[in-house]
Design a protein around this ligand. Structure first.
Ligand code: HEC
Length: 245
Protein backbone atom coordinates (compact mmCIF):
# COMPACT_ATOMS: atom_id res chain seq x y z
CA UNK A 1 0.00 0.00 0.00
CA UNK A 2 2.75 2.38 1.04
CA UNK A 3 4.59 1.68 -2.17
CA UNK A 4 1.46 2.48 -4.16
CA UNK A 5 1.05 5.82 -2.41
CA UNK A 6 4.70 6.63 -3.00
CA UNK A 7 4.34 5.70 -6.64
CA UNK A 8 1.28 7.92 -6.98
CA UNK A 9 3.14 10.83 -5.39
CA UNK A 10 6.03 10.35 -7.81
CA UNK A 11 3.59 10.45 -10.72
CA UNK A 12 1.86 13.52 -9.38
CA UNK A 13 5.01 15.50 -8.80
CA UNK A 14 6.93 15.46 -12.07
CA UNK A 15 10.62 16.01 -11.70
CA UNK A 16 10.71 14.72 -8.14
CA UNK A 17 13.49 12.29 -8.98
CA UNK A 18 15.52 14.96 -10.75
CA UNK A 19 15.08 17.32 -7.84
CA UNK A 20 16.36 14.79 -5.37
CA UNK A 21 19.75 14.68 -7.06
CA UNK A 22 19.96 18.43 -7.74
CA UNK A 23 23.10 20.33 -6.84
CA UNK A 24 23.42 24.07 -6.23
CA UNK A 25 22.84 24.75 -9.92
CA UNK A 26 20.17 27.34 -10.61
CA UNK A 27 18.29 25.93 -13.59
CA UNK A 28 18.26 28.32 -16.52
CA UNK A 29 14.87 28.70 -18.13
CA UNK A 30 14.22 27.37 -21.58
CA UNK A 31 10.98 27.60 -23.55
CA UNK A 32 10.76 25.24 -26.53
CA UNK A 33 9.61 26.80 -29.78
CA UNK A 34 8.22 24.48 -32.43
CA UNK A 35 7.63 27.36 -34.82
CA UNK A 36 11.37 27.91 -35.02
CA UNK A 37 12.27 25.51 -37.85
CA UNK A 38 15.91 26.67 -38.19
CA UNK A 39 16.42 25.83 -34.50
CA UNK A 40 14.84 22.37 -34.90
CA UNK A 41 16.89 21.71 -38.04
CA UNK A 42 20.11 22.70 -36.30
CA UNK A 43 19.16 20.57 -33.28
CA UNK A 44 18.63 17.61 -35.61
CA UNK A 45 21.98 18.24 -37.34
CA UNK A 46 23.82 18.41 -34.02
CA UNK A 47 22.00 15.32 -32.78
CA UNK A 48 23.01 13.12 -35.71
CA UNK A 49 26.59 14.41 -35.49
CA UNK A 50 27.15 14.20 -31.75
CA UNK A 51 24.55 12.01 -30.09
CA UNK A 52 23.15 9.24 -32.26
CA UNK A 53 26.38 7.26 -32.05
CA UNK A 54 25.33 6.41 -28.50
CA UNK A 55 21.66 7.40 -28.17
CA UNK A 56 19.08 5.98 -30.55
CA UNK A 57 15.70 7.62 -31.22
CA UNK A 58 14.09 4.29 -31.90
CA UNK A 59 10.49 5.48 -32.06
CA UNK A 60 11.26 8.15 -34.61
CA UNK A 61 11.84 7.75 -38.36
CA UNK A 62 14.22 9.84 -40.44
CA UNK A 63 11.54 10.43 -43.05
CA UNK A 64 9.02 11.81 -40.59
CA UNK A 65 11.68 14.04 -39.05
CA UNK A 66 12.94 15.59 -42.27
CA UNK A 67 9.39 16.06 -43.60
CA UNK A 68 8.27 17.75 -40.40
CA UNK A 69 11.34 19.97 -40.31
CA UNK A 70 11.14 20.97 -43.96
CA UNK A 71 14.37 19.28 -45.09
CA UNK A 72 14.53 17.65 -48.53
CA UNK A 73 15.12 13.89 -48.70
CA UNK A 74 18.22 14.34 -50.88
CA UNK A 75 19.90 16.74 -48.48
CA UNK A 76 19.04 14.46 -45.58
CA UNK A 77 20.43 11.35 -47.27
CA UNK A 78 23.65 13.12 -48.23
CA UNK A 79 24.31 15.10 -45.07
CA UNK A 80 22.31 13.84 -42.14
CA UNK A 81 22.07 10.06 -42.29
CA UNK A 82 25.47 8.61 -41.50
CA UNK A 83 24.43 5.10 -40.64
CA UNK A 84 23.87 4.00 -44.23
CA UNK A 85 20.18 3.57 -43.42
CA UNK A 86 17.27 4.28 -45.71
CA UNK A 87 15.14 7.38 -45.21
CA UNK A 88 12.14 5.35 -44.04
CA UNK A 89 14.04 3.62 -41.24
CA UNK A 90 13.94 4.22 -37.52
CA UNK A 91 16.71 6.37 -36.04
CA UNK A 92 18.54 3.56 -34.32
CA UNK A 93 22.10 3.63 -33.02
CA UNK A 94 24.82 1.27 -34.13
CA UNK A 95 26.05 0.87 -30.56
CA UNK A 96 25.79 -2.56 -28.96
CA UNK A 97 24.00 -2.02 -25.61
CA UNK A 98 25.94 -4.80 -23.85
CA UNK A 99 29.30 -3.32 -24.78
CA UNK A 100 28.07 0.18 -24.02
CA UNK A 101 27.11 -0.93 -20.55
CA UNK A 102 30.61 -2.17 -19.86
CA UNK A 103 32.17 1.02 -21.27
CA UNK A 104 29.98 3.58 -19.53
CA UNK A 105 28.63 1.74 -16.50
CA UNK A 106 25.10 2.56 -17.67
CA UNK A 107 24.03 1.99 -21.28
CA UNK A 108 23.18 5.27 -23.05
CA UNK A 109 19.36 5.37 -22.93
CA UNK A 110 17.14 5.87 -25.96
CA UNK A 111 16.22 9.56 -26.01
CA UNK A 112 12.93 9.57 -27.92
CA UNK A 113 10.97 10.25 -24.75
CA UNK A 114 13.62 12.02 -22.71
CA UNK A 115 12.06 15.47 -23.04
CA UNK A 116 8.85 14.04 -21.60
CA UNK A 117 10.49 12.13 -18.78
CA UNK A 118 12.87 14.96 -17.94
CA UNK A 119 12.17 18.50 -19.07
CA UNK A 120 13.58 20.20 -22.19
CA UNK A 121 15.06 22.77 -19.80
CA UNK A 122 16.79 19.94 -17.93
CA UNK A 123 18.47 18.78 -21.16
CA UNK A 124 19.46 22.36 -22.00
CA UNK A 125 21.06 22.82 -18.58
CA UNK A 126 22.60 19.35 -18.61
CA UNK A 127 24.45 20.03 -21.87
CA UNK A 128 25.82 23.30 -20.50
CA UNK A 129 27.11 22.13 -17.17
CA UNK A 130 29.79 19.53 -17.82
CA UNK A 131 32.99 20.51 -16.03
CA UNK A 132 36.43 19.02 -15.47
CA UNK A 133 36.57 16.55 -12.60
CA UNK A 134 39.59 14.25 -12.64
CA UNK A 135 37.99 11.86 -10.17
CA UNK A 136 35.40 10.79 -12.73
CA UNK A 137 36.06 8.04 -15.33
CA UNK A 138 35.74 10.44 -18.29
CA UNK A 139 37.36 13.37 -16.48
CA UNK A 140 34.10 15.33 -16.30
CA UNK A 141 31.22 15.76 -13.93
CA UNK A 142 27.89 17.50 -14.36
CA UNK A 143 26.00 20.08 -12.33
CA UNK A 144 22.44 18.94 -13.00
CA UNK A 145 23.22 15.21 -13.20
CA UNK A 146 25.97 14.67 -10.65
CA UNK A 147 28.26 11.73 -11.47
CA UNK A 148 26.67 11.21 -14.89
CA UNK A 149 28.28 8.38 -16.81
CA UNK A 150 28.39 10.36 -20.06
CA UNK A 151 31.52 12.01 -21.48
CA UNK A 152 31.27 15.68 -22.47
CA UNK A 153 30.77 15.06 -26.18
CA UNK A 154 30.43 18.75 -27.07
CA UNK A 155 33.79 19.86 -25.62
CA UNK A 156 35.13 20.86 -29.02
CA UNK A 157 32.21 23.26 -29.41
CA UNK A 158 32.10 24.60 -25.86
CA UNK A 159 35.77 24.47 -24.89
CA UNK A 160 36.98 23.10 -21.58
CA UNK A 161 34.81 24.14 -18.68
CA UNK A 162 36.04 23.99 -15.13
CA UNK A 163 34.43 24.68 -11.82
CA UNK A 164 36.29 27.41 -9.94
CA UNK A 165 35.85 27.39 -6.15
CA UNK A 166 33.82 30.36 -4.98
CA UNK A 167 35.63 32.46 -2.37
CA UNK A 168 34.14 32.07 1.08
CA UNK A 169 32.14 28.89 0.59
CA UNK A 170 34.53 26.76 -1.43
CA UNK A 171 37.44 25.85 0.79
CA UNK A 172 36.83 22.16 0.14
CA UNK A 173 36.76 22.80 -3.61
CA UNK A 174 33.69 20.62 -3.87
CA UNK A 175 31.53 20.72 -6.94
CA UNK A 176 28.61 22.15 -5.02
CA UNK A 177 30.55 25.32 -4.17
CA UNK A 178 32.07 26.35 -7.40
CA UNK A 179 31.26 28.41 -10.44
CA UNK A 180 31.54 27.31 -14.04
CA UNK A 181 34.11 29.00 -16.27
CA UNK A 182 34.99 28.09 -19.87
CA UNK A 183 38.52 28.46 -21.21
CA UNK A 184 37.34 30.12 -24.44
CA UNK A 185 39.01 27.54 -26.70
CA UNK A 186 35.79 26.09 -28.06
CA UNK A 187 34.72 26.44 -31.67
CA UNK A 188 31.63 28.33 -30.47
CA UNK A 189 31.32 31.50 -28.46
CA UNK A 190 29.36 31.32 -25.21
CA UNK A 191 26.25 32.64 -26.99
CA UNK A 192 26.62 30.21 -29.89
CA UNK A 193 27.04 27.29 -27.51
CA UNK A 194 24.00 28.43 -25.57
CA UNK A 195 22.02 28.45 -28.82
CA UNK A 196 23.36 25.01 -29.83
CA UNK A 197 22.23 23.42 -26.55
CA UNK A 198 18.88 25.19 -26.90
CA UNK A 199 18.50 23.76 -30.39
CA UNK A 200 19.25 20.19 -29.24
CA UNK A 201 16.79 20.47 -26.35
CA UNK A 202 14.20 22.00 -28.68
CA UNK A 203 14.72 19.15 -31.16
CA UNK A 204 14.31 16.53 -28.42
CA UNK A 205 11.15 18.31 -27.31
CA UNK A 206 9.81 17.91 -30.85
CA UNK A 207 10.85 14.23 -30.96
CA UNK A 208 9.01 13.54 -27.68
CA UNK A 209 5.71 14.28 -29.41
CA UNK A 210 6.15 14.86 -33.16
CA UNK A 211 2.45 15.34 -33.82
CA UNK A 212 2.53 18.40 -31.61
CA UNK A 213 4.08 20.26 -34.55
CA UNK A 214 1.27 19.13 -36.81
CA UNK A 215 -1.35 19.92 -34.16
CA UNK A 216 0.00 23.46 -33.84
CA UNK A 217 -0.22 24.00 -37.59
CA UNK A 218 -3.64 22.40 -37.78
CA UNK A 219 -4.82 24.43 -34.79
CA UNK A 220 -4.34 27.67 -36.74
CA UNK A 221 -6.51 26.39 -39.59
CA UNK A 222 -9.16 25.16 -37.19
CA UNK A 223 -9.34 28.58 -35.55
CA UNK A 224 -9.51 30.32 -38.93
CA UNK A 225 -12.28 27.96 -39.96
CA UNK A 226 -14.20 28.76 -36.77
CA UNK A 227 -13.84 32.49 -37.42
CA UNK A 228 -15.24 32.08 -40.95
CA UNK A 229 -18.01 29.84 -39.65
CA UNK A 230 -18.88 32.40 -36.99
CA UNK A 231 -19.19 35.19 -39.58
CA UNK A 232 -21.36 33.03 -41.84
CA UNK A 233 -23.59 31.92 -38.97
CA UNK A 234 -23.92 35.49 -37.81
CA UNK A 235 -24.99 36.66 -41.30
CA UNK A 236 -27.36 33.74 -41.65
CA UNK A 237 -28.86 34.56 -38.25
CA UNK A 238 -29.45 38.11 -39.40
CA UNK A 239 -31.25 36.90 -42.50
CA UNK A 240 -33.51 34.66 -40.39
CA UNK A 241 -34.24 37.50 -38.01
CA UNK A 242 -35.30 39.69 -40.92
CA UNK A 243 -37.92 37.09 -41.84
CA UNK A 244 -39.20 36.73 -38.31
CA UNK A 245 -39.48 40.41 -37.49
C1 HEC B 1 29.90 8.26 -25.98
C2 HEC B 1 28.52 7.97 -25.78
C3 HEC B 1 27.55 9.12 -25.61
C4 HEC B 1 27.33 10.16 -26.48
C5 HEC B 1 28.01 10.44 -27.81
C6 HEC B 1 26.27 10.97 -25.89
N1 HEC B 1 25.86 10.41 -24.72
FE1 HEC B 1 24.31 11.06 -23.57
N2 HEC B 1 24.65 9.54 -22.25
C7 HEC B 1 25.61 8.57 -22.38
C8 HEC B 1 25.54 7.68 -21.24
C9 HEC B 1 26.43 6.47 -21.00
C10 HEC B 1 24.47 8.14 -20.43
C11 HEC B 1 23.96 7.53 -19.12
C12 HEC B 1 24.57 8.30 -18.00
C13 HEC B 1 24.16 7.78 -16.64
O1 HEC B 1 23.04 7.28 -16.49
O2 HEC B 1 24.98 7.91 -15.73
C14 HEC B 1 23.93 9.32 -21.10
C15 HEC B 1 22.87 10.07 -20.61
C16 HEC B 1 22.27 11.12 -21.27
C17 HEC B 1 21.09 11.83 -20.83
C18 HEC B 1 20.32 11.56 -19.56
C19 HEC B 1 19.27 10.55 -19.84
C20 HEC B 1 18.49 10.23 -18.61
O3 HEC B 1 17.29 10.51 -18.61
O4 HEC B 1 19.06 9.69 -17.66
C21 HEC B 1 20.82 12.78 -21.76
C22 HEC B 1 19.66 13.78 -21.75
C23 HEC B 1 21.84 12.67 -22.79
N3 HEC B 1 22.69 11.65 -22.46
C24 HEC B 1 21.89 13.49 -23.89
C25 HEC B 1 22.87 13.40 -24.86
C26 HEC B 1 22.94 14.31 -25.98
C27 HEC B 1 21.96 15.42 -26.27
C28 HEC B 1 24.04 13.94 -26.70
C29 HEC B 1 24.59 14.61 -27.92
C30 HEC B 1 24.95 16.00 -27.77
C31 HEC B 1 24.65 12.78 -26.03
N4 HEC B 1 23.91 12.50 -24.91
C32 HEC B 1 25.75 12.10 -26.49
C33 HEC B 1 26.52 8.45 -23.42
C34 HEC B 1 26.62 9.28 -24.50
Amino acid sequence: MKIRVLFAVCLLVPGISAASSASDWQMKEMTPDLENLPSLQEGFRLYVNYCIGCHSLKYQRYERTVDDLGISHDIALQNLIFTGQKIGELMTSAMDPEQAKSWFGAPPPDLTMVARVRDPAWIYNYLQTFYVDETRPFGVNNKVFPNAGMPHVLTDLQGVQSCAPVSGGGETGEAAHCELVVDGNGLYSVEEYDQATYDIANFLFYVGDPSRLERHRLGVYVLLFLVVLYVLTFLLGREYNKEVL
